[in-house]
Design a protein around this ligand. Sequence first.
Ligand code: NAD
Ligand code: ZN
Length: 361
Amino acid sequence: MPHEVNGVVASGKGAPVGIATVVVPDPGPTEALVSVQACGVCHTDLHYREGGIGDDFPYLLGHEAAGLVEAVGSDVTGLEPGDFVILNWRAVCGQCRACLRGRPWYCFATHNATQKMTLTDGTPLSPALGIGAFADKTLVAAGQCTKVSPAIKPEVAGLLGCGVMAGLGAALNTAGVTRGDSVAVIGCGGVGDAAILGASLAGARKIIAVDVDDRKLDWARQFGATDTVNSASADPVEQIRALTGGNGADVVIEAVGRAETYTQAFYARDLAGIVVLVGVPTPEMRLDLPLLDVFGRGGALKSSWYGDCLPARDFPMLVDLHLQGRLPLDKFVSDTIPLDGIEEAFAKMQRGEVLRSVVLL
Ligand SMILES: NC(=O)c1ccc[n+]([C@@H]2O[C@H](COP(=O)([O-])OP(=O)(O)OC[C@H]3O[C@@H](n4cnc5c(N)ncnc54)[C@H](O)[C@@H]3O)[C@@H](O)[C@H]2O)c1
Ligand SMILES: [Zn+2]
């Protein structure tokens, strides 16, 4: 029997989101019905409602979520009603060319439940990142459910489903930060602060936080930044070099998504260092660098998609570290809000007042 629940729907480009009744079918053979407990408000949800990701309106927003499995399809194994799960947008397929080459963190498969969630008039909804979790219940591919310890609070756990994992993984997986490294992170929102936390967990010796907002720099210290630079008033390249004995950092992580901050990252890194781009640029952005500098400075220029994570490997491990008191993920939750608070949360995000607002359901 289909379920009728409240969900947050973006009906057209730029239009404010609203709550609508969503019809959620029972799971198909390889799917799971999840009762959502918490879902973070991510910049990507705003991109969807602004038409920046596609034109498949109406969208059912929300994708940084945790909840309880309510029902599973007939072919699903290893997942049962009552399991506490974090939803992921990388259910490793095992069959695409990346998986077959042993690089499953590049898995190209997209996962959408075959049963469509709809509005009450039958209009199909496009779930954000194949998840759509600003709703009391959602339907996903079973592989999008990663079981973790239920001892973690849902509003904290859900954040691992997107932005916090992207930042942690940019440092830990993509850059491979290790003991003694110097690391600079440009842009200290939720993603950048998670990169700072990842660098700290990996044993970086110096972690330089760069932002244009002093409030963000204060928060960055709480996640492990050893030094801060306000790049609105000082040249970040000069400052990062000065803080690293004139050399530049071993690793620079760009978590804004702009050409000028990428250029800063490029020049703020030591010779043969690593730049990781985790911020997402927009289509019109262009980069202009002397090719001789790309050659002459050597090293690696990488991008990080979802922190190169493997949900089944990384989520349970990070949850355990959190429960042991070694990973203060709760600091990312700036406020908890009801389902009808999304527009206000978008505004707070744009004013830089929060790291994450999280909807409790
Ligand atoms: N690669 C991925 O898999 C992935 C996943 C999630 C999010 N993201 C992207 O990561 C980026 C950051 O996301 P977020 O949620 O932290 O966003 P956010 O808006 O919370 O944070 C951005 C931060 O950058 C700072 N900033 C803005 N302009 C700056 C400048 N010129 N110099 C220095 N700092 C500047 C802001 O003050 C803010 O603190 C976004 O582009 C987002 O789309 C990427
Ligand atoms: Zn996201």
